[in-house]
Design a protein around this ligand. Structure first.
Ligand code: ADP
Ligand code: ZN
Length: 763
């Protein structure tokens, strides 16, 4: 097995470049505060072994306590740096080979800049713990015969056993372990030890993986004959591949239009010239089904998902770094896979919000992918039936190439999507269940025909928008076009962007109906209602509560696929990328919840959700249809979704984003401040915002700062949450101002704050 050091093509080391000045300085960043960077002197003993992307032990602070940091740079001392004579020495190495290739180290530097996250923290997040701890490896010592010994082999006077062992070793085509050599020479370890002691054999120690289980063998599939649309998508990708341009191709194709087949044939090409491809998919669709499609096409596929143990992850990482893996399939963090010769990055369902990490460093895998691709001059293929408006507008401006797959394979029709107007339902009915009469009737019919049913309940966190059940009016902020959130304490309605507040209206401001109410329903209650209504049917609920165990998704989906379940009740997690031919009815219980979230992407989310879930039906020969329950059937996002018309949606939504200066018309950042004392949290948030506002007034008056205001989830785990939002065209200027103006802001004890660049989460 090759040593890790050989697997990365690192830059020429500084000591190879310059003989003149012999003082080496290592720049070290730390994974915890203080983050550095700090300069240290490289002592003589480490000169030839220390390099960038290795961890070292260094003394820190007055007490010189030992901490572990990442070396990010080794350079000759600049002669004028006279103060450097006081530098402390690096104590020792933790790693004996770089953890990352040079290009990946640069990528982490970019992330640190872009996401305003200390470099050391980024590194700690990018290099998996299993790799840092070399999980599941052991030290192996290989013996070989040095050339000067080999040259005088026959002249050596040695005891018979030693001579025999030495002769065998010299004759071996590769270095041998002690065990291998003693077996070959039919001797004990003693004569070999003696040879080692006399320095007649050379010992090299490296870390190797312990034996690792074999991969399952899968039956191989042939490439399919592409249709004309797929052919165009493929040839555009191949053009970019062959010219080694970091081009981005957005494949906009309805579910089932054959995007995955295009990815696989493009990867075929990449693999044929010895390079590797990375395929990112949302964690939720990283199912055995997806993986086996790639396994059936390629010999060596590595799968990176969040349930890998440290040992497995380290094994995968090393296998990838060795260049033996052809395709890496994984969720978000697979973008950091250490492929030595990357050829292509594919991001399926590129609009999916799971590509954004919601803890530090809050990176978006798509944006990191674009940056990595640029650094390594490889193309990126993005695929979606409902592209993010960010990607769509970049395609419209010619930054991305747009390829459209308009038709489903075999021209299977898209399912018919109908809406059920809950206002009329509400007015004409006493019972207040979640399932309307038309939906109930359709479900009965579907069950009678032995079709399967998916019921989607939209429940992201919580929902407390105020909506009139009679006319559908939603109470909104006049300044932000964002639904106000109802707060029981004080009966207030609050805008969670700008903190606009009114007394919660007792009657509908539009039609004066007196039963105005707040939305809110759980999956559990829905499941109970389904069981009560359809006693015979087999029902399964999927939500974050029931699906906590690793593998529980797969099990649930397998049961559903096998026909052991009639009705699948669940949240967003059932909407994505799954292929169930026998689903003949999809019901969306509450399309409005997503629509009136305090989030400028509410319409986009709703459109995506309804479109994606609609794609779950009509995949088989039996066709299928979708029923969407809504108080706002006339809402443009709902209308566009029922027509499967993404362009219609984008054309009406983008001008709204322009008008209010929301992304993609601008870049945004969100600051979140939390603490156990409401007053202290607020005071600090106000202080931060004042500082930032001052910077904006001086350097960037066109940018907008909204807030501070209570976050939509205003209290979480005993902590009050305040947030602010920053919008501006120039993300770099925004970042610099925020960095400068908040550098010295010190939160009071127990108060923490974070910045989320390109935030997707508005809660
Ligand atoms: P998407 O990724 O856009 O949802 P897939 O690539 O999964 O679409 O294709 C949907 C189905 O059509 C799959 O079962 C796939 O095997 C099949 N398919 C894809 N391309 C072709 C083709 N050119 N000819 C026949 N079947 C195809
Ligand atoms: Zn507002």
């Amino acid at each position: 097995m090759a040593k890790q050091q050989e697997l990365f093509d690192s830059e020429p080391a500084p000591w190879e470049l310059d003989e003149g000045d012999d003082r080496l300085i290592a720049t070290i960043v730390l994974p915890e505060a203080p983050f550095g960077p700090f300069d240290y002197a490289v002592p003589e003993a480490l000169r030839s072994s220390l390099g960038p992307a290795m961890r070292v032990r260094v003394p820190l602070g007055r007490s010189n306590r030992t901490v572990i940091g990442y070396c990010v740079r080794v350079a000759n001392q600049v002669p004028s740096e006279s103060r450097s004579h006081r530098l402390k020495d690096v104590q020792s190495l933790v790693d004996h080979a770089p953890l990352l290739a040079t290009s990946m180290l640069r990528l982490t530097e970019w992330m640190s800049e872009y996401y305003l996250c200390p470099w050391g923290q980024v590194l700690e997040a990018v290099v998996p713990a299993g790799v840092r701890h070399q999980a599941g490896t052991r030290e192996v010592t290989y013996l070989s015969v040095p050339t000067n010994v080999a040259a005088r082999l026959t002249q050596l006077k040695l005891p018979r056993k030693q001579a025999e062992a030495l002769r065998m070793l010299a004759a071996s085509a590769r270095p041998l372990t002690v065990a291998e050599l003693s077996k070959a020479a039919k001797c004990t370890a003693a004569p070999i030890k003696e040879l080692q002691r006399k320095a007649l054999v050379r010992s090299d120690t490296c870390r190797e993986l312990k034996d690792f289980g074999n991969k399952p063998t899968v039956e191989r599939d042939q490439s399919l004959q592409l249709n004309a649309e797929q052919q165009i998508a493929l040839s555009k990708t191949l053009d970019a591949l062959n010219s080694q341009r970091a081009e981005t191709i957005l494949i906009f194709g309805v579910t089932g239009s054959g995007k995955t087949e295009v990815y696989m044939q493009a990867i075929d090409e990449v693999v044929s010239f010895g390079r590797q491809a990375i395929v990112l998919v949302p964690e939720i669709s990283l199912t055995p089904q997806t993986v086996s499609r790639f396994r059936s096409r390629f010999d060596r596929v590595a799968v990176l998902h969040s349930h890998l143990s440290n040992v497995e992850r380290n094994a995968q990482w090393r296998e990838i770094a060795s260049g033996r893996v052809q395709v890496v399939v994984g969720a978000r963090s697979a973008i950091f896979a250490p492929t030595p010769h990357l050829g292509l990055i594919v991001i399926d369902e590129e609009h999916d919000s799971s590509f954004k990490q919601d803890s530090l460093p809050r990176y978006h895998a798509r944006d990191v992918a674009l940056q990595r691709a640029k650094m390594e001059s490889v193309p990126v293929v993005l695929g979606s039936a409902t592209p993010s408006l960010e990607s769509w507008s970049r395609a419209k401006h010619g930054e991305f190439q747009l390829v459209e797959l308009e038709n489903r394979i075999l021209d299977r029709p898209l399912p018919h999507v109908g809406t059920i107007d809950l206002r009329t339902e509400y007015q004409s009915r006493k019972s207040r269940g979640a399932i309307s009469r038309p939906l109930h009737q359709s479900m009965t019919a579907a069950l009678k025909d032995q079709g399967q049913i998916i019921l989607l309940l939209n429940r992201r966190g919580f929902s407390t928008s105020i909506q009139c059940p009679s006319c559908g009016e939603v109470v909104k902020c006049p300044d932000c076009d964002i639904a106000l959130t109802h707060h029981r304490e004080g009966e207030k309605a609050v805008c969670h962007y700008c903190d606009f507040q009114i007394i919660a209206p007792p009657v509908c401001p539009s039609c004066q109906f007196e039963g105005i109410r707040y939305a809110g329903l759980g999956t559990q209650r829905l499941e109970a209602e389904v069981r009560a209504r359809f006693g015979e049917a087999r029902v399964l609920r999927m939500d974050s509560d029931t699906m906590q165990k690793p593998g529980s998704h797969e099990q649930a989906f397998a049961k559903f696929r096998a026909g052991e379940i009639d009705i699948l009740v669940g949240t967003q997690m059932i909407a994505k990328g799954l292929d169930f031919p026998n689903v003949t009815l999809v019901g969306v219980i509450n399309a409005d919840t997503a629509l009136h979230f305090p989030d400028f992407r509410a319409s986009e989310r709703t459109f995506q959700l309804v479109t994606q879930v609609a794609g779950r039906t009509g995949r088989g020969e039996r066709g299928g249809h979708v029923l969407v329950q809504t108080f706002s059937p006339e809402h443009p996002a709902i209308i566009a979704a029922t027509k499967h018309d993404y362009r219609m949606f984008a054309d009406q939504e983008l001008p709204i984003r322009d008008e209010y200066g929301y992304p993609p018309a601008s870049s945004m950042m969100r600051g979140i401040i939390r603490g156990p004392s409401e007053r202290m949290t607020e005071t600090f948030a106000e202080h931060l915002c004042e500082e930032i506002q001052r910077g904006l007034d001086e350097q960037y008056p066109d940018a907008r700062l909204l807030g501070p205001s209570p976050a939509p989830i205003s209290k979480l785990r005993g902590k009050f949450r305040i947030h602010f939002l920053l919008f501006g065209q120039n993300v770099e200027t925004l970042r610099n101002i925020v960095r400068e103006t908040t550098a010295t802001a010190k939160p009071p004890e127990d108060v923490q704050w974070v910045l989320d660049v390109d935030s997707l989460d508005m809660l």
